[in-house]
Design a protein around this ligand. Structure first.
Ligand SMILES: [Zn+2]
Ligand SMILES: [Zn+2]
Length: 424
């Protein structure tokens, strides 16, 4: 994955705009840039109700977390939904992206949407209720078949795509145990006592995956040192630097591929005193390009957190990241200006953007610490269920931490004394 693809530097003219792309299959061509985003339907052909095993017809289907396939619990047949970005035509060249393209699973959430849906079981005719606040499946209480909701309704429950778990619970438990073991010296004794990695839970967290085609133009002034010398005035010497001042312009295209933005309001709140969201950020990135088309069966046996934020609310986050990337990219070309560059204007114009909603897989171990003052603090250890990357916070034994800090101080003082001796 190459997230950055700057085309031109200093003063280069922007490339001519690409010709308008023909409407992709599955899109609604009557919608153009003027009338709003171009919507790519991602639940075309998705059916609610009985999702059957392709070989034996059973509805007892779940994810095999060892390889990310769906597996029939009866005949053990395994298969996978198609790659989402490719089959849904959400993967076109970013350089040709104009306007706003969105997957239908990113639709604005409509607060009045019914969250408890009733389906008729096609096997026995009974009415089965699915509460979309807690899941997208339910078992028919008469015939025991599993019913799934795969069609999108505007409540954030069904995204465009899902990145399946490809790490078993056993592997996650091991990873979490290793993480905690390395930190047990400082860990609170109560935490060590109560630590039980078997309590780890698999959860799909909601994200927006964003591609951005932007044009950046930064203008300012840079200084390049030409000479440095010493000037005597009386008894004192002064170091003097001569520098040339230049007007600096950097203008280039940036293509940002698969930027992931949290789409859960709670997780967007970065206040670390209340939660440990930065832990989730530090187990990034996910190989979102391998996401598959949504199928409720991928969620079977896992928890999921529903998306509750719309593109309007998340767009500023994506724009800020695009600006950061542009500035970073420009900085790489400024070696000549050894006395620095001050930007007076930074413009990042988003030419095209594509938004796709996704569920990303995380193994999560949580622990409530009750502080001496009675307040509760939630600790997490999280494992990226694709890469195994593990990060977390562990309640710390303050006394032991202070003792060690004191010891380091003593060692530091001794070292300092030695250096002084040698130096003297
Ligand atoms: Zn089967
Ligand atoms: Zn039934």
């Amino acid at each position: 994955m190459d997230p950055l693809d700057p085309h031109a530097v200093a003063g280069a003219a922007p490339p001519p705009p690409p010709p308008p792309a023909p409407p992709a299959p599955g899109t609604t061509p009557e919608q153009d840039e003027a009338s709003g985003p171009r919507v790519v339907r991602t639940d075309e052909g998705a059916e609610d109700g009985l999702a059957k095993c392709l070989r034996c017809g059973a509805t007892e289907i779940s994810l095999n977390p060892a390889n990310g396939n769906l597996r029939c619990s009866y005949c053990r047949f395994e298969w996978q939904s198609g790659n989402a970005l490719e089959t849904l035509d959400l993967n076109g060249a970013i350089g040709e992206l104009t306007g706003v393209v969105v997957g239908s699973g990113t639709a604005d959430i409509v607060p009045s949407t019914d969250e408890v849906l009733t389906f008729r079981c096609t096997a026995c005719g009974a009415e089965v209720v699915i509460d979309t606040r807690t899941g997208t499946q339910a078992r028919c209480h008469w015939c025991r078949n599993t019913l799934s909701m795969n069609q999108q309704i505007p409540n954030g429950a069904v995204p465009d795509m899902v990145l399946p778990f490809s790490m078993t619970k056993a592997a996650a438990v091991q990873s979490i145990a290793d993480f905690v073991t390395k930190r047990t010296f400082f860990a609170h004794p109560r935490f060590k006592e109560e630590f039980n990695p078997e309590n780890v839970m698999g959860v799909y967290l909601p994200y927006m995956v964003v591609d951005i085609n932007a044009h950046a133009r930064l203008t300012g002034q840079g200084e390049h040192q030409t000479r440095s010398y010493t000037v005597k005035s009386g008894d004192t010497e002064k170091r003097v630097y001569d520098a040339d001042v230049y007007d600096v312009v950097r203008e280039f295209d940036i293509h940002i591929d698969d930027l992931t933005v949290e789409s859960s309001r709670e997780r967007l709140n970065q206040s670390t005193s209340q939660n440990s969201n930065n832990i989730i950020n530090s187990i990034m990135p996910f190989d979102v390009e391998n996401s598959v088309r949504y199928d409720s069966n991928y969620l079977s046996g896992f928890a999921s957190e529903r998306r509750d934020s719309n593109i309007d609310q998340l767009a500023p986050v994506a724009t800020v990241q695009a600006e950061d990337i542009a500035r970073h990219k420009a900085n790489e070309t400024l070696a000549f200006y050894d006395r620095g560059v001050r930007w007076d204007a930074e413009q990042v114009e988003v030419v095209g953007q594509r938004w796709v909603s996704a569920y990303l897989p995380v193994w999560l171990y949580s622990y409530h610490e009750t502080k001496p003052n009675g307040r509760s603090f939630l600790h997490y250890v999280a494992v990226n269920a694709r890469t195994g990357e593990t990060m977390g916070s562990v309640p710390v034994n303050q006394r032991r931490l202070l003792l060690v800090a004191g010891a380091v101080q003593v060692v530091g003082t001794v070292l300092f004394a030695l250096i002084t001796l040698v130096g003297g």
